[in-house]
Design a protein around this ligand. Structure first.
Ligand code: GLA
Length: 390
């Protein structure tokens, strides 16, 4: 069964029949470089992936919202209503779609009637490949299509998804994940300046090489609290810098400007966090320039530097992802490898030469299992497009 068939079957099981049901899809994302820069006014370079979340939906004649997930079968059908949406009140998975309904209403788009929605996702849970952002963008897309809210663009859907995650779910994420899901384009990554929201597509054509995702299979944990803490530390560093410098974000600084002024940052930890944000932003700009110039080796080196910075200065890596990246660097035909996403678990993304791909999977898999006692998972990355009706 493909994703559409699975989600339709789930709808039928949960809600009785599938008459008049419409099906939709929105992708997850992987970030190639530019980590923890999106809430620091920096650049990111993610792409949508072919894995994502499927929905089967039907309007209701009352104000009930009924949700069912084939990924959380045991939870059964979870019911709420358009009249009882309260931020931070729902810790279950339905907090994500509910939050998007809430954010639509906050933005002035009243949802006139309830709906039944079944979902099914093929993104491995806790892998840092944005299953939650894909569910948010999916819900936004569903609401726009179901209720004909034509004035909303896909960028609006990304912003609404972020608002719902920030305010309804209490995770103070940046815009990258929702943007990548809403604006994904096949065979392209998205070079986004989160300061201005200007973006360009950059074709990913890797002659003789491939993008490889490797899952630590360590579910990322503590993400929300540690993530929110990183944000606060960057904000504290910025406030210290602003006592002398006329800047709005850490993304406004070059490495040289940072080095000249870093002693303004009083706290040592905050100084390291800010260093990562500044350097990672500059690395991202350089990496995209290298890619455009056809210099994949330089792109790969910047990926490796990104990992080191996330490991040492930003401290959002974890021992498992360090094993994957550091062991990958030693293998033949590996152009670059780094942890991707929010961190504390999840996946690495690597560029691997075609002829080395088999050894990469075999050797890295063997070493990882030897060191951790459990296997990693390998997915070859195909870059997918944004949300769509099926
Ligand atoms: C999470 C957040 C994003 C971004 C990344 C780190 O995925 O949702 O906004 O900050 O972490 O780059």
């Amino acid at each position: 069964m493909n994703g559409k068939e699975k989600v339709l079957a789930a709808f039928g099981n949960a809600f009785g029949d599938t008459e008049g049901v419409r099906c939709f899809f929105a992708p997850g994302r992987v970030n190639l470089i530019g980590e923890h820069t999106d809430y620091n006014g920096g650049h990111v370079f993610p792409c949508a992936i072919s894995m994502g979340t499927y929905a089967a939906v039907r309007k209701r004649n009352d104000r009930k919202l009924r949700f069912y997930s084939a990924n959380f079968e045991k939870e059964g059908v979870l019911e709420s209503s358009l009249d009882t949406l309260v931020p931070l009140s729902n810790k279950k998975w339905t907090g994500y779609p509910e939050g998007v309904v809430w954010a639509f209403e906050e933005r002035g788009f009243k949802i006139p009637q309830g709906f039944d929605m079944a979902v099914f996702g093929d993104i491995p849970a806790g892998a840092g490949l944005s299953s939650s952002a894909s569910l948010e963008v999916l819900t936004g897309f569903v609401l726009r299509e179901l209720f004909g809210i034509r004035e909303l663009t896909n960028v609006d859907l990304a912003l609404i998804g972020q608002k719902s995650e920030n305010e309804y779910n209490g995770m103070h994420c940046g815009i990258m994940d929702q943007f990548a899901s809403a604006m994904g384009k096949e065979e392209n990554a998205i070079f986004l300046d989160t300061n201005t929201m200007e973006f360009e597509y950059a074709p990913i054509r890797l002659d003789g090489m491939r993008l490889q995702i490797t899952n630590t299979n360590k579910k990322h944990s503590l993400v929300d609290s540690e993530y929110n803490l990183r944000r606060e530390q960057c904000q504290a560093a910025l406030s210290d810098l602003q006592k002398k410098l006329d800047i709005k974000t850490l993304g406004d600084l070059t490495e040289e400007e940072f080095e000249e002024n870093k002693d303004l940052i009083r706290d040592d930890v905050c100084r390291r966090r800010a260093k990562h944000a500044v350097y990672e932003n500059r690395r991202t700009i350089r990496a995209v320039a290298a890619l455009r110039a056809g210099d994949i080796e330089a792109f790969g080196r910047l990926m490796n530097e990104s990992h080191v910075s996330l490991r040492d200065d930003y401290e959002t890596s974890c021992p498992e992802a360090d094993i994957l990246a550091e062991e990958a660097w030693k293998l033949p035909g590996v152009v670059g490898s780094r942890i991707t996403g929010g961190g504390f678990g999840g996946c690495t993304v690597s560029i691997v030469k075609d002829e080395a791909a088999e050894t990469f999977i075999k050797e890295l898999g063997r070493i990882y299992e030897e060191k951790t006692g459990y296997p990693a998972s390998f997915y070859s990355l195909s870059i997918g497009s944004g949300p769509k009706e099926l």
